[in-house]
Design a protein around this ligand. Structure first.
Ligand code: UDP
Length: 257
Protein backbone atom coordinates (compact mmCIF):
# COMPACT_ATOMS: atom_id res chain seq x y z
CA UNK A 1 0.00 0.00 0.00
CA UNK A 2 1.43 3.43 -0.89
CA UNK A 3 2.41 5.55 2.09
CA UNK A 4 0.23 8.50 2.92
CA UNK A 5 1.84 11.93 2.43
CA UNK A 6 1.89 12.69 6.16
CA UNK A 7 3.74 9.47 6.91
CA UNK A 8 6.38 10.36 4.34
CA UNK A 9 6.69 13.78 5.88
CA UNK A 10 7.24 12.26 9.29
CA UNK A 11 9.96 10.05 7.84
CA UNK A 12 11.66 13.11 6.34
CA UNK A 13 11.59 14.84 9.71
CA UNK A 14 13.35 12.00 11.48
CA UNK A 15 16.23 12.12 9.01
CA UNK A 16 19.58 12.95 10.61
CA UNK A 17 21.82 15.84 9.58
CA UNK A 18 23.32 15.11 6.15
CA UNK A 19 26.92 13.95 6.19
CA UNK A 20 28.24 16.89 4.19
CA UNK A 21 26.71 20.38 4.07
CA UNK A 22 29.10 21.65 1.39
CA UNK A 23 30.56 19.52 -1.41
CA UNK A 24 34.09 19.62 -2.83
CA UNK A 25 33.03 22.18 -5.46
CA UNK A 26 31.79 24.58 -2.73
CA UNK A 27 28.15 23.88 -3.55
CA UNK A 28 25.88 23.96 -0.50
CA UNK A 29 23.24 21.38 0.30
CA UNK A 30 20.46 23.53 -1.20
CA UNK A 31 22.50 24.14 -4.37
CA UNK A 32 23.67 27.66 -3.44
CA UNK A 33 27.14 29.11 -3.81
CA UNK A 34 28.93 30.14 -0.60
CA UNK A 35 28.05 33.83 -1.01
CA UNK A 36 24.54 33.38 -2.37
CA UNK A 37 21.34 34.51 -0.64
CA UNK A 38 18.27 32.29 -0.53
CA UNK A 39 15.47 33.35 -2.92
CA UNK A 40 13.67 36.32 -1.35
CA UNK A 41 10.14 37.63 -1.88
CA UNK A 42 8.85 40.69 -0.01
CA UNK A 43 5.46 42.41 0.00
CA UNK A 44 4.19 45.46 1.90
CA UNK A 45 0.68 46.43 2.99
CA UNK A 46 -0.51 42.84 3.25
CA UNK A 47 -2.75 43.34 6.32
CA UNK A 48 -5.81 45.59 6.14
CA UNK A 49 -6.24 46.17 9.89
CA UNK A 50 -2.66 46.99 10.85
CA UNK A 51 -1.23 50.52 10.38
CA UNK A 52 1.66 49.02 8.45
CA UNK A 53 2.63 45.51 7.43
CA UNK A 54 5.02 43.41 5.40
CA UNK A 55 5.50 39.77 4.48
CA UNK A 56 8.80 38.13 3.67
CA UNK A 57 9.79 34.74 2.31
CA UNK A 58 13.49 33.99 2.47
CA UNK A 59 14.11 30.42 1.43
CA UNK A 60 11.68 28.40 3.55
CA UNK A 61 11.18 31.22 6.09
CA UNK A 62 7.72 32.81 5.97
CA UNK A 63 7.27 35.79 8.24
CA UNK A 64 4.65 38.49 8.76
CA UNK A 65 5.38 41.85 10.38
CA UNK A 66 2.66 44.24 11.56
CA UNK A 67 2.74 47.71 13.10
CA UNK A 68 0.18 49.41 15.34
CA UNK A 69 0.79 53.05 16.15
CA UNK A 70 1.75 55.67 17.00
CA UNK A 71 -1.12 55.39 19.48
CA UNK A 72 -1.97 56.04 23.12
CA UNK A 73 0.12 53.88 25.47
CA UNK A 74 -1.55 51.15 27.54
CA UNK A 75 -0.86 50.87 30.43
CA UNK A 76 -0.55 54.64 30.53
CA UNK A 77 2.21 54.79 33.16
CA UNK A 78 4.60 53.37 30.54
CA UNK A 79 4.26 56.51 28.40
CA UNK A 80 7.48 58.47 27.90
CA UNK A 81 7.28 62.29 28.10
CA UNK A 82 9.81 62.96 25.33
CA UNK A 83 9.39 60.14 22.85
CA UNK A 84 7.37 57.25 21.58
CA UNK A 85 7.70 53.88 23.28
CA UNK A 86 8.78 51.25 20.77
CA UNK A 87 7.66 47.73 21.68
CA UNK A 88 8.35 44.52 19.82
CA UNK A 89 7.04 40.98 19.99
CA UNK A 90 8.82 38.30 17.98
CA UNK A 91 6.71 35.14 18.05
CA UNK A 92 7.02 31.74 16.43
CA UNK A 93 3.79 29.94 15.59
CA UNK A 94 3.55 26.43 17.12
CA UNK A 95 3.48 24.97 13.59
CA UNK A 96 6.43 27.01 12.30
CA UNK A 97 9.08 24.42 13.17
CA UNK A 98 9.32 20.65 12.86
CA UNK A 99 8.84 19.97 16.54
CA UNK A 100 5.74 21.78 17.84
CA UNK A 101 6.74 24.95 19.65
CA UNK A 102 4.78 25.97 22.72
CA UNK A 103 2.73 29.09 21.92
CA UNK A 104 3.92 30.64 25.21
CA UNK A 105 6.84 33.06 24.80
CA UNK A 106 10.16 31.27 25.26
CA UNK A 107 13.35 32.84 26.64
CA UNK A 108 14.66 32.86 23.07
CA UNK A 109 11.64 34.84 21.84
CA UNK A 110 11.95 37.33 24.71
CA UNK A 111 15.61 37.87 23.78
CA UNK A 112 14.89 38.19 20.08
CA UNK A 113 12.07 40.67 20.74
CA UNK A 114 14.55 42.81 22.68
CA UNK A 115 17.41 42.71 20.17
CA UNK A 116 15.05 43.36 17.25
CA UNK A 117 13.53 46.38 19.02
CA UNK A 118 17.01 47.72 19.78
CA UNK A 119 18.04 47.17 16.15
CA UNK A 120 15.04 49.13 14.82
CA UNK A 121 14.93 51.98 17.36
CA UNK A 122 17.91 53.99 16.00
CA UNK A 123 16.14 54.25 12.63
CA UNK A 124 12.87 55.71 13.98
CA UNK A 125 12.28 59.38 14.87
CA UNK A 126 10.74 58.36 18.22
CA UNK A 127 11.03 61.96 19.46
CA UNK A 128 8.32 63.05 17.00
CA UNK A 129 5.58 61.24 18.95
CA UNK A 130 5.94 61.76 22.72
CA UNK A 131 3.57 59.83 25.03
CA UNK A 132 2.65 57.32 22.32
CA UNK A 133 3.62 53.75 21.56
CA UNK A 134 4.51 51.95 18.36
CA UNK A 135 3.98 48.20 18.59
CA UNK A 136 5.87 45.87 16.26
CA UNK A 137 4.62 42.32 15.86
CA UNK A 138 6.70 39.68 14.09
CA UNK A 139 4.93 36.38 13.47
CA UNK A 140 7.08 33.54 12.18
CA UNK A 141 4.78 31.22 10.24
CA UNK A 142 7.53 28.93 8.98
CA UNK A 143 11.14 28.90 10.16
CA UNK A 144 14.33 27.67 8.58
CA UNK A 145 17.19 29.62 10.19
CA UNK A 146 17.79 33.36 10.08
CA UNK A 147 14.31 34.35 11.23
CA UNK A 148 15.50 37.24 13.41
CA UNK A 149 17.15 38.78 10.34
CA UNK A 150 14.26 38.18 7.93
CA UNK A 151 11.83 39.38 10.63
CA UNK A 152 13.85 42.57 11.06
CA UNK A 153 13.97 43.25 7.32
CA UNK A 154 10.18 42.86 7.16
CA UNK A 155 9.51 44.89 10.33
CA UNK A 156 11.49 47.87 9.05
CA UNK A 157 9.46 47.83 5.84
CA UNK A 158 6.25 47.56 7.87
CA UNK A 159 7.31 50.67 9.86
CA UNK A 160 7.84 52.54 6.59
CA UNK A 161 4.49 51.22 5.33
CA UNK A 162 2.85 52.64 8.50
CA UNK A 163 4.21 56.06 7.46
CA UNK A 164 6.41 56.39 10.53
CA UNK A 165 9.21 58.90 9.92
CA UNK A 166 12.54 57.12 9.75
CA UNK A 167 16.21 58.07 9.28
CA UNK A 168 16.89 54.96 7.24
CA UNK A 169 15.57 51.46 6.66
CA UNK A 170 17.09 48.59 8.64
CA UNK A 171 18.02 45.44 6.78
CA UNK A 172 19.46 42.26 8.26
CA UNK A 173 21.30 39.18 7.12
CA UNK A 174 23.42 36.47 8.72
CA UNK A 175 26.72 35.00 7.58
CA UNK A 176 28.86 32.35 9.23
CA UNK A 177 31.19 29.40 8.96
CA UNK A 178 30.14 25.92 7.91
CA UNK A 179 32.59 23.02 7.54
CA UNK A 180 35.46 25.51 7.49
CA UNK A 181 33.96 27.65 4.71
CA UNK A 182 32.56 31.18 5.14
CA UNK A 183 28.95 31.30 3.94
CA UNK A 184 26.10 33.78 3.57
CA UNK A 185 22.50 33.40 4.83
CA UNK A 186 22.59 30.10 6.75
CA UNK A 187 19.62 27.73 6.78
CA UNK A 188 18.59 25.90 9.94
CA UNK A 189 20.59 22.77 9.08
CA UNK A 190 23.68 24.89 8.30
CA UNK A 191 23.23 26.87 11.52
CA UNK A 192 22.95 23.71 13.63
CA UNK A 193 25.65 21.73 11.79
CA UNK A 194 28.03 24.65 11.22
CA UNK A 195 30.58 26.34 13.43
CA UNK A 196 29.51 30.00 13.42
CA UNK A 197 26.35 32.06 12.84
CA UNK A 198 26.66 35.86 12.83
CA UNK A 199 23.42 37.83 12.36
CA UNK A 200 23.90 41.50 11.49
CA UNK A 201 21.52 44.44 10.92
CA UNK A 202 22.47 47.54 8.97
CA UNK A 203 21.13 51.02 8.29
CA UNK A 204 22.53 51.18 4.75
CA UNK A 205 22.51 54.96 4.16
CA UNK A 206 23.78 55.93 7.60
CA UNK A 207 26.22 53.01 7.42
CA UNK A 208 25.40 52.01 10.98
CA UNK A 209 25.28 48.49 12.37
CA UNK A 210 22.35 48.11 14.78
CA UNK A 211 22.64 44.39 15.57
CA UNK A 212 25.65 42.12 15.70
CA UNK A 213 25.53 38.74 17.40
CA UNK A 214 27.73 35.70 17.06
CA UNK A 215 27.56 32.03 18.02
CA UNK A 216 30.91 30.20 17.90
CA UNK A 217 34.50 31.30 17.39
CA UNK A 218 36.32 33.02 14.51
CA UNK A 219 39.82 34.38 14.03
CA UNK A 220 40.05 38.17 13.62
CA UNK A 221 40.63 37.72 9.88
CA UNK A 222 37.63 35.39 9.53
CA UNK A 223 35.49 37.74 11.62
CA UNK A 224 36.21 40.62 9.22
CA UNK A 225 35.39 38.44 6.23
CA UNK A 226 32.14 37.16 7.75
CA UNK A 227 31.03 40.69 8.70
CA UNK A 228 31.75 41.88 5.16
CA UNK A 229 29.83 38.93 3.74
CA UNK A 230 26.81 39.76 5.94
CA UNK A 231 27.09 43.46 4.98
CA UNK A 232 27.11 42.50 1.33
CA UNK A 233 23.99 40.36 1.87
CA UNK A 234 22.31 43.30 3.64
CA UNK A 235 23.04 45.65 0.72
CA UNK A 236 21.53 43.18 -1.75
CA UNK A 237 18.43 42.80 0.42
CA UNK A 238 18.20 46.58 0.78
CA UNK A 239 17.87 46.95 -2.99
CA UNK A 240 14.90 44.58 -2.80
CA UNK A 241 13.40 46.43 0.18
CA UNK A 242 13.52 49.73 -1.72
CA UNK A 243 12.02 48.17 -4.85
CA UNK A 244 9.19 46.67 -2.77
CA UNK A 245 8.35 50.00 -1.14
CA UNK A 246 8.45 51.86 -4.45
CA UNK A 247 6.22 49.28 -6.13
CA UNK A 248 3.47 50.10 -3.63
CA UNK A 249 3.28 53.68 -4.92
CA UNK A 250 3.46 52.96 -8.64
CA UNK A 251 0.37 54.34 -10.31
CA UNK A 252 -0.86 51.73 -12.72
CA UNK A 253 -2.01 53.31 -15.97
CA UNK A 254 -5.56 52.47 -16.93
CA UNK A 255 -5.70 50.23 -19.94
CA UNK A 256 -7.97 51.69 -22.58
CA UNK A 257 -10.54 49.35 -24.05
N1 UDP B 1 14.17 26.58 15.79
C1 UDP B 1 13.37 25.49 16.07
N2 UDP B 1 12.63 25.50 17.23
C2 UDP B 1 12.67 26.53 18.12
C3 UDP B 1 13.50 27.63 17.82
C4 UDP B 1 14.24 27.62 16.65
O1 UDP B 1 13.30 24.55 15.28
O2 UDP B 1 12.00 26.50 19.16
C5 UDP B 1 14.92 26.58 14.51
C6 UDP B 1 14.27 27.51 13.51
O3 UDP B 1 14.31 26.95 12.20
C7 UDP B 1 15.14 28.74 13.58
C8 UDP B 1 16.50 28.07 13.77
O4 UDP B 1 16.23 27.04 14.72
O5 UDP B 1 15.05 29.53 12.43
C9 UDP B 1 17.61 28.96 14.23
O6 UDP B 1 17.27 29.58 15.42
P1 UDP B 1 18.11 30.76 16.05
O7 UDP B 1 17.80 30.81 17.51
O8 UDP B 1 19.53 30.69 15.62
O9 UDP B 1 17.43 32.07 15.41
P2 UDP B 1 17.33 32.53 13.88
O10 UDP B 1 18.52 31.96 13.13
O11 UDP B 1 16.02 31.98 13.34
O12 UDP B 1 17.35 34.01 13.93
Amino acid sequence: MPKRKTENKRLDRSQKKPEKLIDKNDVRIDGRKLDELRPVKIEVGVLGNADGSAYIEQGKNKILAAIYGPKEVHPRHLALPDRSLLRCRYHMAPFSVEERKSPAPSRREVELSKVIREALEPSVFVEYYPRTSVDIFIEVLQADGGTRCAGLTAASLALADAGIPMRDLVVACAAGKVEGRLVLDLTDVEDKGGEVDLPLALMPNLNGITLLQMDGDLTVDEFEKVVNLALDGCRRLYALQKETLKSKYVVKEAVEE
